[in-house]
Design a protein around this ligand. Structure first.
Ligand SMILES: Nc1nc2c(ncn2[C@@H]2O[C@H](COP(=O)(O)OP(=O)(O)OP(=O)(O)O)[C@@H](O)[C@H]2O)c(=O)[nH]1
Ligand SMILES: [Mg+2]
Length: 478
């Protein structure tokens, strides 16, 4: 039997961007011919793509760490680094992608549906690209941005139109085997089916899929038998079929109470109440089975169920059943909005791209969050003063300095750029440009008149600071 895996944890690492190159063009008689450092290449993405020929998540169970290619660094003579190779991971139709907290990131339904699980880092600009009228020969380049690293969970929810539910040995797998070309394992002991089987049925012009799940028993919701875990595979179905055994040898069972037990377990699982149900009375080839079916049929119909009497072994009643199912599915498909079939999932943006926020934390640090400032910090080579100055310029131009002043920060206060776990922290020295705007007339600094936030007052009290004489001199990551 092939192993079937329907839940895996996957650790994806997108490729790092290549570093930009700082280089100066050299020629005979022209030793300083201008900057010619090329850009680093983009890091590869990790991309999940639905491939209907893939049926299990087994591959990812065996190797849960996946990494895309890194971008190559730029080189002199304006040579750009090569982009890193994307890593394409084929996944089964119906794969649900979740984060570690269980939030759904994407629901991948339909051949070719894609999801970027990890975004490659941008390549760093080389010094040629950083040159401007004001900065003619930059002696630095930008670092490549690290690729995104993410832990995700993938869950398979089989995409089937019809789901067969019932006690073990009711004949669910037998029914699939006679309604479709699928050849699931069939045997007379309970829990023959350990993983869902899927078959394709053609009834007239309607083609639909049918799946069974491992048998349910009383207490499945408390984990008895194989539990309810596999019911997630029926969540997407349009119709539920109760397969009832009319010939069970167990004295305490009969089809009607079996139905009640399974319904109670489905209720425990939840979320399936709106699905239409039909009842199949199986094994009527056995004389007692036929008698029992005749007896209980009115009762079931009185409850509102459409009832079909079949024998999977003698192959009777199958045509009526498969056409009735086709009818229900046809109606369900017609009622569904069209775009549902090939849903394109776009990865939700992690951070607001519009700008940034400045907040004062209890730790007395001013925290700057935003896609751009966080990326710029990652691109900065803090061993290079020019690169640090360039970062300061960029932050200033975005308005980070102004926002810090408005939030009450002043010279020497701690500023953190990035999330709690992953921030660059430095002592802030406002640059001339930002300071001048706020200072107003010479000799007046209305920043001093503004009330100071309590956390900052605390900091001021217990911190004796050296005056920094150079802008960003004390800017140091740790
Ligand atoms: N006489 C008779 N036996 C049947 C019929 N359908 C299934 N069986 C028998 O019932 C037993 C169980 O059948 P399966 O199809 O494996 O039952 P299942 O519901 O898939 O069982 P689990 O996978 O264990 O949940 C097998 O021995 C089948 O041959 C039928 O219509 N008539
Ligand atoms: Mg079975």
């Amino acid at each position: 039997m092939t192993t079937f895996v329907d839940r895996v944890e996957l650790h994806v690492a997108a490729g790092n961007g290549g570093h930009g190159c700082a280089s100066v063009h050299r020629e005979k008689f022209k030793p300083l011919g201008g900057p010619d450092g090329g850009n680093g290449g983009r890091g590869g993405d990790v991309i999940l793509v639905v491939d209907q020929s893939v049926t299990t998540l087994l591959d990812y169970h065996h190797s849960p760490h996946r990494k895309a290619g890194n971008g190559a660094p730029g080189a002199g003579d304006n040579r750009s680094g090569k982009d890193g190779q994307d890593l394409i991971l084929p996944v089964p139709d119906g794969t649900v992608v979740l984060d570690k907290e269980g939030n759904v990131l994407a629901d991948l339904v339909g051949q070719g549906t894609t999801f970027i699980a990890g975004q490659g880092g941008r390549g760093g600009l080389g010094n040629a690209a950083l040159a401007s009228a004001r900065r003619k020969a930059p002696g630095f380049a930008l670092l490549g941005e690290p690729g995104e690293f993410r832990d995700i969970v993938m869950e398979l929810k089989t995409v089937a139109d019809v789901a067969l539910v019932g006690y073990p040995s009711a004949g669910k797998s037998s029914l699939i085997s006679v309604l479709s070309a699928a050849k699931p394992k069939i045997a007379d002991y309970p829990f023959t089916t350990l993983v869902p089987n899927l078959g394709v049925v053609t009834a007239g012009s309607t083609v639909y899929t049918i799946a069974d799940v491992p048998g349910l028993i009383p207490g499945a919701s408390q984990g008895k038998g194989l539990g309810l875990e596999f019911l997630r595979h029926v969540e997407r179905c349009s119709v539920l079929v109760h397969v009832l055994d009319t010939a069970t040898l167990e004295s305490d069972r009969d089809p009607v109470s079996d139905l009640d037990v399974i319904e109670a377990e489905l209720k425990q699982y939840g979320g399936l109440d709106d699905r239409p149900r039909i009842v199949v009375l199986n094994k009527i080839d056995i004389p007692d089975g036929q008698d029992l079916a005749d007896m209980i049929r009115p009762d079931l119909e009185a409850r509102g169920y459409q009832v079909f009497e079949v024998s999977a072994v003698a192959r009777t009643g199958l045509k009526e059943l498969s056409f009735a199912l086709a009818g229900i599915i046809g109606a369900a498909r017609a009622a569904k909005p069209k775009e549902e079939a090939t849903r394109i999932v776009i990865r939700p943006k992690a951070v607001d791209d519009a700008g940034f926020t400045v907040t004062l934390g209890d730790d007395g640090l001013y925290r700057v969050r935003g896609e751009k400032p966080e990326r710029w910090v990652k691109q900065t080579d803090f061993n290079n003063d020019e690169a640090v100055g360039y970062l300061a310029d960029r932050l200033n131009r975005l308005g980070v300095e102004d926002a810090l002043l408005k939030a009450g920060a002043r010279s020497g206060d701690g500023v953190a750029i990035g999330s709690e776990e992953n921030a660059v922290v430095f002592d802030w020295e406002p640059s001339m440009a930002a300071g001048a705007e706020m200072l107003g007339r010479r000799g007046e600094d209305h920043r001093l008149d503004a009330p100071r936030p309590a956390a900052v007052r605390r900091r001021d009290r217990d911190a004796e600071r050296d005056e920094a004489d150079t802008e960003f001199e004390k800017f140091k990551p740790f």
